[in-house]
Design a protein around this ligand. Structure first.
Ligand SMILES: Nc1ncnc2c1ncn2[C@@H]1O[C@H](COP(=O)(O)OP(=O)(O)O)[C@@H](O)[C@H]1O
Ligand SMILES: [Mg+2]
Length: 323
């Protein structure tokens, strides 16, 4: 049975005159790996930070709906939100040093998260921390607990971040480009770890990435973001079998997804760049780069369903490729 953990509709984030997130809708089901993809600057991180209420000062956030496990996040006070953060909902970032404090040992930071949310003794928390370090593949966990973040390699730091995020048994883990800063072999190890944890613990993972190879290997569901909107969302299989939004199709043509790209076919890239959207911008954000664009694309864009569960934002009919 699927159960919606995170339910977002009509999310807007504004920074002064910039409209970074424009009506995003996103649903994450319990236990699924949901990949949020799109080129750099599309609004993926800002959307995630909006959920965690970690946007910088000066950002304005509003939404039609923003619920986590049935709880309204919009009406939640900062103290209510900090009870959720690191507990039922945890986040890991591209650069672990942004969330690890260089002044404290790994052990004291991991223990602090646990005692803050769950109470209990520091020793009990340290025992749990050691067990979780072992779980994320770190050998000699007791020794690591006594170390400072700068004494660890990038890959180890990311493992520590993941272990720390698991301290309170989250239902949802938001991972924002968690492997981008790591070298390729370490990336693969960390992704495999996330996949194993997701399966074993029944975690829901909202995995933000611009790497469609990762998506093809890991996602149950994919949401594609462009210029502040989720322009297409579908179960992974459906998305790869029948990408419908021209932006999704452009993205897929840019990467060698196994079985999709013929050997003699040149890998394409979408000409142009992601626009920074100003307040007052209307219509489809992709129209300047879209080979299918028509006059109507400057107006309101209907949300269509190709088949149930496969939604996209475009004026084209679901079968436009066949035409
Ligand atoms: N603190 C901020 N102030 C102003 N603009 C911002 C801020 N953070 C992000 N943005 C803008 O919001 C847009 C979306 O950014 P972001 O969510 O970081 O993109 P992504 O994670 O998809 O690469 C970008 O145009 C970015 O420049
Ligand atoms: Mg980002």
């Amino acid at each position: 049975m699927s159960e919606t953990l995170l339910d977002i509709e009509g999310l807007h984030v504004r920074f002064g005159g910039m409209h970074a997130v424009r009506g995003t809708a996103l649903k994450v089901q319990r236990g699924e790996t949901h990949c949020l993809v799109g080129e750099s600057g599309c609004g993926k991180s800002v959307s995630a930070l909006a959920v965690m209420n970690l946007l910088s000062r000066g950002a304005r956030r509003d939404a039609t709906r923003m619920e986590f496990m049935g709880q309204d996040l919009l009406g939640l006070s900062e103290s209510g939100m900090s009870k959720l953060r690191g507990d039922a909902m945890a986040m890991i970032f591209q650069e672990p040093m942004t969330s690890l404090n260089p002044a404290y040992t790994v052990g004291s930071q991991m223990a602090e998260v646990y005692t803050r949310h769950r109470g209990g003794s520091r020793n009990a928390a340290l025992l749990r921390a050691a067990a979780l370090l072992a779980k994320v593949g770190i050998t000699a966990p007791e020794m690591r607990l006594a170390q400072y973040p700068h004494q660890l390699s990038g890959g180890l730091r990311q493992r520590v971040m993941i272990a720390m995020a698991l301290m309170c048994d989250p239902k949802l883990l938001i991972a924002d480009e968690p492997t981008t800063a790591l070298d390729v072999t370490v990336q693969a190890q960390i992704l495999r770890l996330l996949l194993e944890l997701q399966r074993e613990l029944g975690l829901a993972v909202l995995l933000i990435t611009h790497d469609l190879g990762i998506v093809a290997r890991m996602a149950h569901r994919v949401s594609v973001m462009y210029a502040g909107e989720v322009v297409e969302s579908a179960p992974a299989e459906a998305l790869f079998a029948a990408p419908t939004h021209p932006y999704t199709r452009g993205l897929l043509e840019c990467v060698p997804v196994p079985g999709r790209v013929r050997r003699d076919e040149k890998l394409g890239s979408i000409p142009g760049t992601v626009p920074r959207v100003r307040e007052g911008f209307a219509g489809c954000g992709f129209r300047e780069r879209c080979s299918q664009a028509m006059a109507e694309c400057a107006g309101t864009i209907p949300a269509r369903e190709r088949v149930p569960e496969h939604r996209y934002l475009c004026r084209l009919a679901p079968d436009w490729r066949a035409a």
